[in-house]
Design a protein around this ligand. Structure first.
Ligand code: VGL
Ligand code: ZN
Length: 217
């Protein structure tokens, strides 16, 4: 009798216009040109064709969201403040729900589900699993419903939402693999640090998408 293969899912993190140079996003991350997004699209199609279930996250903020510097008079973009003891980076307004650049750029038909995050004005949410206030998204429930045990994670940004999502995946009991060439980070130093942190957490980092290694890691 054949041993049932481990069920593998994919989480495509925040591949949205506002994070890309391609769409002249408000929080455009270096290297997110049209060619990069097309590479992410192709890889996601390949994984889908191979039978992996594709999930996504979508940053989806109200206009008065706590993470926007514009909602903190006198503060500048990328300033770091303390909110009720939590560290909050102040970002340019981005991914405001229902705006063109909040859309997911990877073909939406490939996804089993796209989980929105950061909907609560009061809390930021880098992780696709829960926000800074500890409120869970539907992600874990949806993955469990689909019998997923292992996750391939990639997208934007390496040092924020990819890192937080991959680490929370491990904390929720999933195995995780991050594909380096399908990720782009806000800054080189914090991205290098993010890969180190993820490795330390037991996450497998693959330079590029390799179906053989993805199956066996
Ligand atoms: C992200 C900053 C603010 C991300 C989201 O997707 O990494 N970064 N909101
Ligand atoms: Zn955000």
């Amino acid at each position: 009798m054949a041993i049932a293969a481990e069920k593998i899912g994919v989480i495509v993190v925040d591949v949205q216009g506002d994070f890309t140079t391609w769409k002249k996003g408000s929080l455009a991350v270096n290297g997110t040109d049209k060619a990069f997004i097309e590479k992410v699209q192709k890889a996601t199609e390949t994984l889908s064709r191979e039978g992996y279930l594709i999930f996504g996250t979508q940053d989806w903020h109200p206009a008065d969201h706590i993470s926007f510097y514009t909602n903190h008079p006198g503060k500048k973009t990328f300033e770091v403040i303390k909110v009720e003891g939590r560290t909050q980076v102040l970002w340019p307004p981005h991914c405001v729900h229902g705006t063109e650049n909040a859309r997911v750029l990877v073909d939406n038909n490939l996804f089993m589900a796209i989980v929105q995050k950061g909907r609560d004005t009061r809390y930021d949410s880098y992780s696709g699993f829960m926000d800074d206030g500890g409120a869970k998204t539907e992600m874990d429930q949806i993955l469990k419903r689909n019998g997923i045990q292992k996750l391939v994670v990639y997208g934007i940004a390496t040092d924020y939402c990819v890192k937080a999502t991959a680490i929370d995946a491990v904390d929720a009991g999933y195995k995780a693999i991050v594909i380096e060439e399908l990720c782009k980070g806000v800054a080189p130093e914090s991205s290098a640090k993010a890969f180190k942190e993820m490795k330390k957490k037991g996450i497998t980092i693959l330079k590029e998408l390799d179906l053989q290694k993805t199956r066996c890691s």
